[in-house]
Design a protein around this ligand. Structure first.
Ligand code: SF4
Length: 302
């Protein structure tokens, strides 16, 4: 018979891998733009008829090319490091140790790369030059019986797009029309500040905190994907058409491509509530993913 806890201990090697990956994912997400984002930018550049919009999109594609050629960051903003972690079926992990390993990886990468640390105390504005601090990196942790590994998705969230985060507790009587109006009002208000063309994440339902988290999570979906719920997917399509009809365009300089995508994620809510949240992701749409198995093997993707 096994002693209590003996079968639960994951080998030390796994945490060493997690520390290494914490740094790699943070750096590589800022150098290597996901293929779906590249494809969407290329398609927009070909589609655009406004000369200034075509020039802006050509410049963004050039920035990606330069980053590829020289292994440079695509933008100077290293963002807030955010990990979205899904723990699969049968994966045994010490959660506190996992978070600590990933945080150390981010800190080490910041020191050795070197990267600009974008993280400060909200009161003193002190910067430890580690890209970490109280409550940072941010960890979102979920569980899934569909996978048998640890899915780690890193998103460094730049301030230009993160500043454009909005929440409104609408009334049920405001309906879907109220949701659409709120999203459009946010986009018009944000104009060029989130570095469009953006990926617009919309959360609907839940409580206030869940709604905001859904909006951010929605920005992580590959561009071109749709919500599995047909009604939510139809809302995504309607919103994208409306957003691109505003004429704000790339970098807010005019054009037909204000957003590359609108992604909506939902949770059911209280009978008297109709929460809606908007979180914008700038054109670089950075994210990087690792699938890590309990024995330390891993694969890298987006
Ligand atoms: S919003 Fe994005 S592209 Fe704009 S400065 Fe920030 S990280 Fe860079």
């Amino acid at each position: 018979m096994l002693m209590a806890g003996a079968e639960r201990a994951a080998p030390d090697a796994l945490y060493a891998v997690l520390e290494q990956l914490g740094g790699e994912l943070y750096i590589d997400s800022q150098k290597d733009i996901p293929p779906d984002v590249r494809a969407a930018l290329r398609a927009a550049a070909e589609r655009e008829t406004t000369p200034v919009a075509r020039r802006v999109l050509a410049t963004t594609l050039k920035a990606i090319e330069v980053a590829d050629d020289h292994r440079m960051l695509v933008c100077q903003d290293t963002g807030i490091p955010i990990f979205w972690i899904t723990i699969g079926r049968g994966v045994t992990i010490d959660g506190a140790r996992m978070q600590e390993a990933l945080r150390r990886g981010v800190e080490r990468a910041t020191a050795t790369h070197p990267l600009r640390s974008s993280i400060v105390s909200p009161l003193t504005r002190r910067n430890n030059q580690t890209s970490s601090g109280v409550g940072i990196p941010i960890f979102h942790i979920e569980f899934s019986s569909d996978i048998d590994y640890l899915d780690i998705l890193m998103m460094p969230k730049g301030s230009g797009s993160e500043s454009m985060s909005f929440l409104k507790m609408l009334l049920p009587a405001d309906g879907v029309a109220g949701i659409k109006k709120f999203v459009l009002d946010c986009v018009v208000d944000a104009a060029g500040r989130p570095c469009p063309p953006t990926i617009i994440g919309v959360g609907i339902g839940g409580s206030s905190d869940v709604c905001m988290t859904l909006a951010k999570k929605a920005t992580l979906r590959p561009v071109g994907s749709h919500n599995a719920d047909a009604e939510v997917a139809a809302l995504e399509t309607a919103l994208l058409t409306a957003v691109n009809g505003t004429g704000i365009g790339p970098m807010g300089l005019g054009g037909e491509t204000t957003a590359l995508a609108v992604h909506v994620e939902q949770a059911w809510t209280h009978i008297t509530l109709n929460p809606v949240a908007v979180n914008m992701q700038c054109w670089r749409g950075e994210r990087r993913r690792a699938s890590v198995y309990p024995d330390g093997r891993y694969t890298i993707g987006y």
